[in-house]
Design a protein around this ligand. Structure first.
Ligand code: APR
Ligand code: ZN
Length: 263
């Protein structure tokens, strides 16, 4: 069989698994958003090839202004301040929910693109937060990110300040060294342990505790599908491994699921 035949067969196997499964969880990483123009972290040219992850820690952020300046630069260059649109991978997952074949999306991404593509916000579990909001660490005032981006542009500042108290502003995302939102993490573990099909898309599965989710699913008897360009530590344990672009692969899988459901 050629690689192409292999790939086609795997797409059909995944579509069949989706049809026969009752509890389906999708798990996404930065690789589902690269086709929307947002760089991932660990691919060649990714964010951590241009910035030092150790600058992106809570301690560093609190410790001095120059570290805060660097972290705002990472967010700016990471494409989190521009207008980004969902791509076919996001739309495929929204369609899967529409077809009644998706319990939730557990995502490490902070770009809000699953919600923008049509997934119900309550069904998008954002382990690392969401770039839509910026919060004052002193008086807890919350700002829409667009408003702060405007402030940075109009004042020429590169580190924003709270208008009310002059306090330190921080994006409502999880920095290294910060704990993940407890209720979101808890719900993600529950969904992972109770699903019968776990589809991991566009993640290197390198960062815990997020990367424990596929293992929880496997240990609870679920089938694991991995769709990723690069290798992951769980490739050998996947029931189906598809090394390809998330947008194309997910679109082809949804096509096959729709055919099988005659919708
Ligand atoms: N289609 C499929 N896979 C892709 C695509 C694509 N279009 N683009 C990139 N990939 C793959 C890469 O090969 C890589 O293996 O997606 C994976 C992305 O891995 P990472 O860059 O490590 O991103 P992620 O797994 O989300 O990182 C987890 O690490 O730095 C922290 O907080 C950050 O949430 C992030 C976490
Ligand atoms: Zn404040």
């Amino acid at each position: 069989m050629t690689n192409k035949d292999d790939q086609e067969l795997n797409l059909s196997i995944v579509a069949d698994e989706i049809i026969r499964s009752r509890r389906i969880v999708a798990f996404t990483g930065a690789g589902v958003s690269t086709e929307s123009g947002i760089p991932d972290f660990r691919s060649p040219g990714g964010i951590w090839s241009r910035f030092d992850p150790w600058d992106f820690t809570m301690d560093r952020f609190l410790s001095n202004e120059s570290s805060r300046r660097k972290q705002w630069q990472i967010l700016r260059e990471g494409g989190f301040f521009g207008v980004v649109e969902p791509n076919p991978a996001h739309f495929a997952l929204a369609r899967l929910e529409e077809l009644g074949k998706l319990d939730c999306v557990i995502t490490q991404n902070i770009d809000n693109l699953h919600q923008k593509a049509g997934n119900t916000p309550d069904r998008v579990l954002e382990l690392h937060g969401n770039m839509q909001w910026i919060v004052c660490l002193d008086c807890t005032k919350r700002y829409k990110t667009d408003a702060i981006v405007e402030q940075l542009k109009s004042t020429g500042m590169d580190v924003p300040q709270c208008e009310d108290c002059g306090g330190i502003l921080k994006p409502d995302v999880v920095f290294f060294g910060e704990s993940l939102p407890y209720n979101i993490l808890n719900a993600s573990v529950e969904y992972s342990k109770s699903c019968d099909l776990f589809i991991a898309i566009g993640s290197s599965l390198a960062v815990t505790p997020a990367a424990y989710m596929p293992s929880y699913a496997l240990e609870s008897g679920a089938k694991l599908v991995i769709i990723n360009i690069g290798e992951t530590p769980l490739d050998s344990r996947a029931n189906v491994l598809i090394q390809g672009k998330a947008g194309l692969v997910m679109s082809r899988i949804i096509e096959k699921v729709s055919q099988r459901l005659c919708v």
